[in-house]
Design a protein around this ligand. Structure first.
Ligand code: CTP
Ligand code: MG
Ligand code: K
Length: 171
């Protein structure tokens, strides 16, 4: 496999995580996952930016992305159930990482929507890679590539969502 194609495959591999992380901006809202509850420091556990609809909608959108990807490149996955399992774990991992990020942001007394450089751009990615690891892995060069490019993808996607009027801040 050539250098460029190995990086393109890394992108293709991680796509469900990106879809899962981005889609709650559109499908989220309603009841927050923490049910409005507070942690022992008196601040919200996760905050109003982490909702059940965002979680379930994001995991569904990411897993659907995996289904589409399987029909485009079945050979990359080998079997449909591998593609679906991979996409589900990448999506669930992405949103779990995002949730853990919000937990730490609330502990640091950051209000909902406040930026946390590093955590916002990489937390979802690291959790997605970790959960998907048992199903299908990347090589270390591909992982480094994703760690480097994902913050830019994240910033680009958020800026786009802001310009579209889907969210109130460009980060
Ligand atoms: N969202 C959601 N449910 C999730 C994740 C995200 O409904 N599990 C929606 C919320 O409307 C959220 C938006 O997607 O405001 C953008 O997500 P994100 O930037 O991760 O949330 P923030 O509002 O910045 O909240 P936090 O400060 O906790 O990161
Ligand atoms: Mg945010
Ligand atoms: K986030």
């Amino acid at each position: 496999m050539g250098f460029v194609s190995s990086l393109l495959w890394a992108f293709w591999y991680i796509l469900p995580a990106y879809v899962a992380n981005a889609s709650p901006v559109l499908v989220g809202g309603g009841r927050p996952i923490d049910g409005g509850r507070h942690w022992r420091d008196g601040r919200r556990v996760f905050g109003d930016g982490k909702t059940w609809r965002g979680l379930i909608g994001g995991v569904s959108a990411g897993t659907l992305m995996g289904l589409i990807q399987y029909f485009i490149t079945p050979g990359f996955y080998g079997a449909l159930k591998t593609a679906l399992m991979l996409a589900f774990l990448l999506s669930f991992g992405a949103l779990l990482g995002d949730l853990v990020g919000s937990f730490f942001k609330r502990r640091a007394n950051l209000p909902r929507g406040a930026p946390a450089i590093g955590l916002d751009q990489l937390g979802f990615l690291i959790a997605a890679l970790a959960l998907a690891y048992p199903v299908k892995t990347l090589d270390s060069g591909q992982i480094i590539f994703l760690l480097v490019v994902s913050p830019f993808v994240h910033w680009g996607a958020n800026y786009f969502a802001y310009r579209m009027g889907w969210k109130s801040v460009p980060w």
